[in-house]
Design a protein around this ligand. Structure first.
Ligand SMILES: *[C@@H]1O[C@H](CO)[C@@H](O)[C@H](O)[C@H]1NC(C)=O
Ligand SMILES: *[C@@H]1O[C@H](CO)[C@@H](O)[C@H](O)[C@H]1NC(C)=O
Ligand SMILES: *[C@@H]1O[C@H](CO)[C@@H](O)[C@H](O)[C@H]1NC(C)=O
Ligand SMILES: *[C@@H]1O[C@H](CO)[C@@H](O)[C@H](O)[C@H]1NC(C)=O
Ligand SMILES: *[C@@H]1O[C@H](CO)[C@@H](O)[C@H](O)[C@H]1NC(C)=O
Length: 214
């Protein structure tokens, strides 16, 4: 809460400047960074910088010359009309702060992005308890590599339904009729596993009794 308040204060103090925009990119994918404004202040040159140091691209307004950083030039597109920057084949090492700076008598930050490059999630593994003698046959487990939940199926609904990890990975369950779906997601991807519910859990009490008598 305090953090959110602080952010909004910073935002209102720096009116005219943009707040940081958070972007998640899947490893190997491209990302397009736009300047997010129609009206640029007058400038001599415009650059896209990574972590305030490397100039990925520098565009000089008088000569219209575009200069690309040697280590980016094979995987970068700069649009000389919209000034947007497209980076291809993003890797985790490319995570960081990207800023568009228009320079005249002084530098003017146009937009700042916080780019996070993360892998797609691995498929979750849903294991349905099929042991009719276990104390709770309706207890099942879904394993999404960095979150594991054990849950109870109770007349078409699951409990708990959702667990979120600190780094934005989410494991979400939906129990519907005789099937359970486990959906494992992060900001760039999602994968699911679906299984039939243990028949003991969908059956009426009477059926359950007959079953256990056998
Ligand atoms: C923009 O880039 C295109 C393609 O490289 C080029 O043909 C064009 O002359 C450039 N325009 C300006 C204004 O620099
Ligand atoms: C089933 O559950 C019972 C009670 O927990 C246990 O004794 C038995 O070994 C389990 N059977 C299997 C196949 O896991
Ligand atoms: C469900 O099963 C898991 C693994 O067998 C166990 O760790 C968990 O405590 C069980 N939960 C309940 C409510 O029985
Ligand atoms: C959950 O999945 C991960 C990754 O596949 C595996 O390393 C781990 O042993 C699994 N945990 C359980 C309790 O099955
Ligand atoms: C899985 O979760 C993601 C993220 O919440 C969602 O976009 C997607 O539609 C879900 N998939 C299914 C099959 O429900």
């Amino acid at each position: 809460m305090a953090f959110r308040l602080l952010l909004s204060c910073l935002f209102s103090l720096s009116s005219g400047f943009s707040a940081e925009i958070s972007v998640f990119v899947q490893t190997g994918d491209s990302v397009q960074l736009d300047i997010q404004t129609q009206e640029l202040p007058e400038f001599d040159d415009l650059s896209w910088k990574k972590d305030k140091s490397e100039n990925i691209v520098k565009y000089t307004s008088e000569s219209k010359r575009v200069r690309l950083h040697s280590s980016y030039k094979d995987r970068v597109d700069f649009n000389n009309k919209t000034f947007s920057l497209t980076l291809r084949n993003m890797q985790k090492i490319d995570s960081g702060i990207y800023t568009a700076v228009a320079a005249a008598e002084s530098d003017n930050n146009i937009v700042t992005y916080r780019v996070s490059v993360i892998d797609a999630v691995e498929a979750p593994v849903l294991t349905v308890n099929s042991n009719s003698s276990s104390p709770n046959p309706c207890n099942s487990t879904c394993n999404g590599s960095n979150i594991i939940i054990s849950f109870i199926y109770d007349s078409s609904s699951c409990s708990p339904e959702k667990v979120t990890s600190s780094d934005n990975y989410i494991l979400r369950l939906s129990c519907n009729g005789d099937s359970i779906m486990c959906n494992y997601s992060n900001p760039v991807s999602w994968k699911t596993d679906t299984k039939k519910v243990n028949e003991l859990c969908t059956a009426k009490t009477g059926t359950y009794c007959i079953h256990s008598d056998l």
